[in-house]
Design a protein around this ligand. Structure first.
Ligand SMILES: Nc1ncnc2c1ncn2[C@@H]1O[C@H](COP(=O)(O)OP(=O)(O)O)[C@@H](O)[C@H]1O
Ligand SMILES: [Mg+2]
Length: 351
C-alpha cells in the first residue's frame, strides 16, 4: 500500500526520492559500508592474531606441564612473535640449567659411591683384624703386632682419604677463599724438598733441584701451592721409587714460571694420561699393586692450578714421567722469606 502510494507520488522506493537518494541517507549508507569493510578486515586480522595467541598460550600450558622440548613458531617480528621467541629462549635456557643440575647430581652420586667404597674397604679390614685380636686371647706377640700394624696402616689410609676428600670437596665447590700473596716459589720448593728428605732416604731416592734463578716469585696462595707440590712430589716418590732419582726444575717462560717434577719409575700408559687428573682415577697397575692412594691427589692438584690460572700437563715415557706446572709470574717485588710451619700453613710473605 505504502509503496503504491509513494510510487504514485514519484518515489521509486523509501530512500530514493524524485531527486535521487536523499543526501542524509547517502551518508548513512556510506558510513555503514565503511563500517562493514572495517569490521570484516578487523575480524580477519584479529582472527589470525587470536589464533596465534591461542597457540602461544597452549604452548605455555604444555611447558608448564613439563614438556620443555616444544618450540613455538616465530611468525613475524611483531610483539607476539617477540614473546614467542623469548619463551623459546627461556625454555632452551631452562633445559641447559636442568642438564647441568643432572650432571652435578650424577657426579655427586658418583662421589658418594666411590667414597663409601673407599671408606668401607679399610674399615672392613680394621674391624676384621680388631675382632681377631679381641676374640683370640692366645695370639702370640708377633701375630698380634702384625695385626696391629695392619690396623694402624689401614687407619692411616682412612685418615689420608678423609683429608683428601675434605680438600677436594672444598676446592671443587669453590668453598675456599684464595689468600694470595707474593710467593717465592724457589724457596717454597726448596723447603718442601727438605721436608721430604726422610722419605727420599727411606725409598733410596736421590733428588736434584735445578732453578734458573735464585728468586722467582708468583702471585699465589702459599698453602695451596704447597699442597699442589706436596701431591706431585709424593706421587713421584710413590710411583717413581724404582727410578732412583727425582728431579725438580724451575725455569721461566714468557709470563709464566714453569716447574717440572720428574721421576723415572713406572711409565703411565698413553691412554691413561688424560684420565689421571679425574677424581678417584688410579692407573690400573697402581690399583692392583695397592700403593694406597685415593685417586684424589692429581684432581686436587688440577683444581689448585686452575684456581691460579695456570696449567698442568703430564708426559710419560721410558725417558721419565714429568708433571709440568705453569703459573703466572708475579710483577711484585720478590721477597726472600718463605716458610711452612709444621701444620702445613704458610707464614712469611703471604699478605
Ligand atoms: N709421578 C707419577 N708416576 C707414575 N704414575 C703416576 C704419577 N703420579 C700419578 N700417577 C698415576 O696417576 C694416578 C692418580 O694419581 P693421584 O690422583 O695422585 O692418586 P693416588 O696417588 O692417590 O693414586 C695414580 O694412581 C698413578 O697411577
Ligand atoms: Mg697421589
Amino acid at each position: 500500500m505504502l509503496i503504491e502510494f509513494l510510487r504514485t507520488h514519484g518515489y521509486r522506493s523509501y530512500v530514493i526520492g524524485r531527486d535521487g537518494i536523499d543526501p542524509k541517507i547517502k551518508v548513512v549508507i556510506l558510513l555503514f559500508c565503511g563500517l562493514l569493510v572495517f569490521l570484516t578486515s578487523f575480524f580477519i586480522m584479529i582472527g589470525d592474531l587470536l589464533q596465534y595467541v591461542k597457540e602461544i598460550s597452549n604452548s605455555i600450558q604444555e611447558i608448564a606441564e613439563g614438556n620443555l622440548g616444544i618450540l613455538i613458531d616465530v611468525k613475524d617480528d611483531d610483539e607476539f612473535s617477540q614473546l614467542a621467541d623469548n619463551i623459546n629462549k627461556m625454555t632452551e635456557e631452562v633445559l641447559v640449567i636442568m642438564d647441568r643440575e643432572r650432571e652435578t647430581e650424577r657426579s655427586k652420586n658418583e662421589l658418594i659411591t666411590s667414597v663409601a667404597h673407599d671408606l668401607r674397604t679399610p674399615l672392613t679390614s680394621i674391624t676384621g683384624y680388631l675382632e681377631l685380636i679381641r676374640s683370640n686371647r692366645t695370639l702370640n706377640d708377633e701375630t698380634r703386632d702384625k695385626y696391629l700394624e695392619i690396623v694402624y696402616n689401614k687407619s692411616k689410609r682412612l685418615e689420608h682419604l678423609i683429608y683428601d676428600l675434605f680438600d677436594f670437596t672444598k676446592l671443587n665447590h669453590g668453598r675456599i677463599n684464595l689468600k694470595p700473596g707474593t710467593i717465592n716459589i724457589v724457596k717454597l720448593l726448596e723447603q718442601l724438598l727438605d721436608e721430604f728428605y726422610p722419605s727420599f732416604q727411606s725409598n733410596h731416592l736421590e733428588y736434584e733441584y735445578q732453578t734458573s734463578k735464585k728468586d722467582i716469585c708468583i702471585e699465589a696462595d702459599g698453602d695451596l701451592i704447597a699442597r699442589l707440590f706436596d701431591n706431585l712430589i709424593n706421587n713421584a716418590i710413590k710411583y717413581g721409587a724404582d727410578g732412583k732419582l727425582i728431579k725438580v726444575c724451575i725455569s721461566e717462560v714468557p709470563g709464566m714460571v714453569k716447574i717440572d717434577v720428574i721421576n723415572y719409575g713406572k711409565v703411565i700408559p698413553n691412554q691413561e694420561l688424560n684420565n689421571i687428573f679425574k677424581k678417584f682415577y688410579r692407573v690400573e697397575q697402581s690399583r692392583s699393586e695397592n700403593t694406597g692412594g685415593t685417586g684424589l691427589g692429581l684432581a686436587i692438584a688440577k683444581n689448585v692450578v686452575d684456581m691460579h690460572n695456570g696449567t698442568i700437563e703430564v708426559t710419560s715415557s721410558l725417558k721419565g714421567t714429568s708433571f709440568t706446572v705453569c703459573l703466572p709470574y708475579s710483577l711484585s717485588e720478590c721477597k726472600d722469606k718463605f716458610m711452612i710451619d709444621n701444620k702445613g700453613e704458610t707464614v712469611g710473605n703471604n699478605k
